[in-house]
Design a binder for this molecule. Sequence first.
Ligand code: NOJ
Length: 452
Amino acid sequence: MALNDGNISAKDFGKDFKWGVAMAAAQNEGAHNIDGKGASIWDAFAKSSSKIKGGHKPNIACDFYHRYKDDLLLVKALGFSVFRFSISWARILPDGTGSINKDGINFYHRVIDECIKLGITPYITLYHWDLPHELEKKGGWTNYYVNKWFNRFVTICAEAYGDKVKNWIILNEPFGFTSLGYMLGSHAPGKTGLSNFLPVIHHVALAQAEGAQIIRSKVPQAYIGTTFSCSEIIPFSDKQKDIDAANRVDILMNRLFIEPTLGKGYPTEDSFNFLEKLHMENKAWKYTKRLQFDFDFIGLQYYFPVTIRHNNLVPIVNASEVKPATRKVPRTDMGWEIKADSFYNIIKKMWQYEGIKEIIITENGAFFKDELKSGIVNDVERIDYFQQHLQAVLKAKNEGVNIKGYFAWTLMDNFEWTEGFNARFGLIHVDFETQLRTIKDSGYWFRDFLSV
Ligand code: NOJ
């Protein structure tokens, strides 16, 4: 793929292609304790753990709660026709269960109404990592009852917004939040170990299918998807050991959640006994049907490829990543390898699954250390990143992959989880002291790209 060959335009993707920009409640809204909102696990984690860089807290973030009108005008000004945002469960149900917070319900009505007024199509994500803290106190995603709690939350959202919003995303990156939050403990709620991870995988996979069923039954003409992070997994060498190690990581990172959704149950592989344990969770296939849902679209989110070598010292997976820094490859300031070919390869690979009807790229983007100078952010590296990755999407689309849309991550710099506010992924620069927004050159680049 030609590097920085900018000779494509939005037109090449066809006139019905959906161009969107995405964000998430915990990363953008702020107003963490305003108008009746309960705490989320990220509010609690930011208070109690030292794992977030700079001790940053999502309390105010981009203050989207108060500035949504201006921010949606920016979405419009950049030429995007889709706005993907998530609903904070704890804003709707401060305790996760129990009584509904009317002010929370009304906030999202205002956001949706504003989108509609501006001619922007809203895409709602039901869960983007911010479980109500009160539920976490009862075990959160490890608790068998979480499916009941989640289903009620979904029902409330469907009943409140279903007549206005037709596009629904059930979960954001289930592998991301289950592995980081419940196996490695680096993300909220900071739990570790298989005794947490295994039940969480199962409850989350169930939530994905059951949540979708609720939307299907309550929202006429709904267009329903869910999103998966995906990475091309590259063996470090052609030694069989490295190839097998890469395969195990591929199962975890790319296959774990999509296969049950497609009705295949959890992945099977004789030599990987982690999976046997997971199958026990699935009570020997008892749940296979309940884990399935016929999604209208699958959201793929891509950031980087992963190179893997065999490593006996790492329990369970016996594999470790060979970091980009040690291989002298291009990378973002997150340390993530930049390789648009891998994006193309993983899209093609996922498309081979039977049962996927349509794909939307629901996230793709990059953090670079931007500099705001005299009102300008000249983020050429980010523009280059988008150009390369859009070419990968176009190539796959032209070869027959049914890709219906591309949503950039993200509208504006926001709370990047444990990286705090310094890992800037936005098309718009945010001064977190003053809340001043400055459109970066990548934002203008998108505007021009979309205006053709
Ligand atoms: C995926 C997550 O959905 C999003 O919340 C996060 O900010 C981006 N990756 C970048 O790390």
